[in-house]
Design a protein around this ligand. Structure first.
Ligand code: PLP
Length: 551
C-alpha cells in the first residue's frame, strides 16, 4: 500500500479532493538531526506519481508482457493496455481523429523525433527563451531564433515578421506552452493563427502546460504537441508526441529497428505505418500505461478545476515570496499574464546552489536551482552580458569550474498546499534574516554547495544506491536479507522485523582548530555545535577546508 493511499489527495473545495500523490507524507532527515515531512516544491522537474497511477501500475504488473508481438493472453492484455494509453492521450489532449499519437521517452525525445521528420528544406523558427529540448533539437536544420519577447503581443509581432522572411518554404514554429522558468503561459492559439497565415506549422512543447491546464489541440489548432509523463505524475519513463501524420510517416523513421518495419531484406526495408514506424524497439508498456492512467485521473478531477486551484495557489505563492526580504522574483511579462505555478528567484547574498542546499539540509524543502536547461533565458533574466557569458564559456572550455549564473525555482503541483508555501517562505525569511544554521562548502569540481558535515543518512531502501559498495538490502535466496557488512548491515541487523528507516553513514570527527573561519562562520559553528551537543545529531566528522564565507 502506498503511503498516501489512505489519505487521498488535498481537499480543494468542499467535497472535492485533488488526486493524491505517493510519498506526500515522506519524512526526510535534516542536518540538525531531526526529520520532517518533505516539502516538495519541485514538480516542474519531476512530479511524484499519482496514487491512482502507482496503484494501476502495481495491479497491471502481473499482466505485463510483450506487446504487439505475442499471441499469449497476457500479451494481448498488455497490447490492449498500451493502445488504451494512446486513446487516453488522444482524448486528454483533444487531438484530431487523424493525428498520430506516438509514445516517446519524454519531450526531448518527441522534439528530436519531429526534428528528424521535417521536410528536407523546412525552416524552424523558435524563441531564444525555450527550454534546451525545444531549442537544440532543431539544429539539424536552419533555425531562426527570435529574441526573447517583452510581451505576448511582441512575440506575435516578431513571429509575423520572421515568417514573412521564410518565403513560402515549409516551416515549423516551435514554442513552449508554459515557461519552465517564469511560468508564463504563451499565447499558443494566437501563435498558431500567425503561423498558419504564413503556411507554417506549430509545435507546442507542453511539458509544463499539460500537467496544469486543459489542452484542446484541435481548438488551439496546433499541429504538434509533446509532453513528458514524469511531469504528469506518471514517472515511468514515457512521454508522447501527437500531431499531423504526414511528415512523421515520410522517409525513414527516427529510430531504425524491430517494430518499425513490416518486411526487411538486406537490400530493402518496408517501413511500418504510424505509429509503429516511429516506435522502434520494445515499447515502454508500463510508462505508457502510467501516462494513460494519469491522463484519465487528471481528466476525471477536471483540468479546468485543477487550473483554477493552481492559479489561486500560484498567486498566493507569488505574494508570499515577494514579501521575503531581499528576494527578487523573475518574470518576462507583466503580472496580468496567466501563469502556471512556477516561480524563480534569487535571494540577496546567496548563491543559488547554496540557498537550495540550505532549504534542503535545514528545512527539508526540495527545490530546483541552476539554469533550468534554459541558459539563454536565464542569462537574459539575470542580465548576464555577452562578455560575461563568453568568459564563462572560455573557463569551462579550459576545464575550470567557474561559478555559473542561476536562480532557485519553486514549482507547484496537485500535491502543493498553502501550508507548504507558508513553510517554504518562512524558511526563506529566516535564511534572509538570520543566515544559515549550518556550514556549507562549495564543491571543488562542480558549481554546487553541500552541508559540511552532511549528517543526513540515506534511507534504507531495497534499491542499489551509488557508492553503496554492493551492500544491497534486498531479499536474497530463501528470503534472507542480502545486506552485507558495515554500517548498513548493522542497522539492518539491529531489528530484523522492524528495520530502521535510515542507514547511518557518519565520518570520523577531526577538529583541526585552524580553519580560518570568520565571525559569521563562528556563529554558524556555535549553532551547529548547539544542535550536536543537544544529542540531536552524532557528528563525528567534518571537513572544514573549502567552507565558503557565510553570512
Ligand atoms: C518546458 C520544458 N520543455 C521540455 C522539457 C524537457 O523534458 P524532458 O526532460 O522530460 O524531455 C522540460 C523539462 O524540464 C521543460 O520544462
Amino acid at each position: 500500500m502506498h503511503a498516501t493511499e489512505a489519505r487521498g489527495g488535498i481537499e480543494s473545495a468542499p467535497g472535492r479532493r485533488r488526486p493524491g500523490v505517493v510519498g506526500r507524507d515522506q519524512e526526510v532527515p535534516l542536518v540538525t538531526g531531526s526529520s520532517r515531512r518533505y516539502i516538495n516544491l519541485d514538480d516542474a522537474a519531476s512530479a511524484p506519481p499519482l496514487v491512482d497511477v502507482a496503484r494501476a501500475v502495481d495491479a497491471f504488473l502481473p499482466w505485463y508482457s510483450s506487446v504487439h508481438r505475442g499471441a499469449g493472453f497476457k500479451s494481448r492484455v498488455s497490447t490492449a493496455a498500451y493502445e488504451g494509453a494512446r486513446d487516453a492521450l488522444r482524448s486528454f489532449l483533444a487531438a484530431r481523429p487523424d493525428d498520430a499519437v506516438i509514445v516517446t521517452r519524454n519531450t526531448t525525445d518527441a522534439a528530436n523525433l519531429l526534428a528528424s521528420s521535417l521536410p528536407p528544406r523546412a525552416r524552424v523558427v523558435a524563441f531564444a527563451s525555450e527550454h534546451h529540448a525545444n531549442l537544440l533539437a532543431w539544429q539539424r536544420r536552419p533555425v531562426t531564433y527570435l529574441p526573447i519577447p517583452e510581451s505576448p503581443g511582441a512575440a506575435l509581432a516578431q513571429l509575423d515578421h520572421a515568417l514573412r522572411g521564410v518565403g513560402g518554404r515549409e516551416a515549423l514554429v516551435a514554442v513552449t506552452g508554459a515557461s519552465n522558468v517564469t511560468g508564463e503561459i504563451w499565447p499558443v492559439r494566437e501563435i498558431a493563427e500567425v503561423a498558419h497565415r504564413h503556411g507554417a506549422r506549430v509545435f507546442v512543447d507542453a511539458a509544463q502546460l499539460a500537467p496544469h491546464c486543459p489542452i484542446d489541440m484541435a481548438a488551439l489548432d496546433v499541429d504538434y504537441l509533446a509532453l513528458s509523463g514524469h511531469k504528469m505524475y506518471a514517472p515511468y519513463g514515457a512521454g508522447a508526441l501527437l500531431g499531423r501524420p504526414d511528415w512523421l510517416a515520410r522517409g525513414a523513421p527516427f529510430l531504425r529497428g524491430g517494430g518499425a518495419v513490416t518486411f526487411v531484406t538486406l537490400d530493402e526495408v518496408v517501413w511500418a505505418d504510424l505509429p509503429d514506424r516511429q516506435e522502434a524497439g520494445s515499447p515502454n508498456v508500463l510508462g505508457a500505461v502510467a501516462l494513460g492512467v494519469a491522463c484519465r485521473t487528471l481528466a476525471a478531477y477536471g483540468m479546468d478545476a485543477l487550473a483554477e486551484d493552481e492559479r489561486a495557489l500560484q498567486a498566493y505563492a507569488r505574494a508570499r515570496l515577494a514579501a521575503v526580504p531581499g528576494l527578487e522574483l523573475y518574470a518576462l511579462w507583466d503580472a496580468a499574464c496567466p501563469r502556471v505555478g512556477i516561480l524563480t528567484f534569487n535571494l540577496r547574498g546567496y548563491h543559488h546552489s547554496k540557498l537550495a542546499a540550505i532549504l534542503s539540509a535545514e528545512y527539508g524543502v526540495g527545490v530546483r536551482h541552476g539554469c533550468f536547461c534554459a541558459h539563454p533565458l536565464l542569462l537574459h533574466l539575470l542580465r548576464v552580458g555577452g562578455d560575461q557569458a563568453g568568459a564563462i564559456r572560455a573557463a569551462l572550455r579550459r576545464g575550470e569550474h567557474p561559478p555559473l549564473p542561476g536562480a532557485v525555482r519553486i514549482s507547484l503541483g496537485v500535491d502543493t498546499t498553502r501550508a507548504d508555501i507558508d513553510y517554504a517562505t518562512e524558511a526563506l525569511t529566516a535564511i534572509a534574516e538570520d543566515g544559515p544554521r549550518w556550514r556549507y562548502r562549495a564543491c571543488a569540481d562542480a558549481d554546487e554547495y553541500e552541508p559540511t558535515p552532511d549528517t543526513r543518512p540515506w534511507p534504507l531502501l531495497a534499491v542499489a544506491l551509488a557508492g553503496d559498495n554492493g551492500r544491497w538490502r534486498g531479499q536474497g535466496a530463501g528470503g534472507e536479507t542480502a545486506a552485507g557488512d558495515g554500517a548498513r548491515a548493522d542497522a539492518a541487523d539491529a531489528d530484523a522485523d522492524a528495520p530502521p528507516d535510515y542507514i547511518k553513514v557518519v565520518p570520523e570527527w577531526r577538529d583541526d582548530g585552524a580553519d580560518g573561519r570568520d565571525r559569521g562562520e563562528d556563529a554558524v559553528a556555535d549553532r551547529q555545535a548547539a544542535a550536536t551537543s543537544s544529542g540531536a545529531v552524532r557528528i563525528v566528522g567534518d571537513e572544514v577546508a573549502g567552507t565558503d564565507v557565510l553570512k
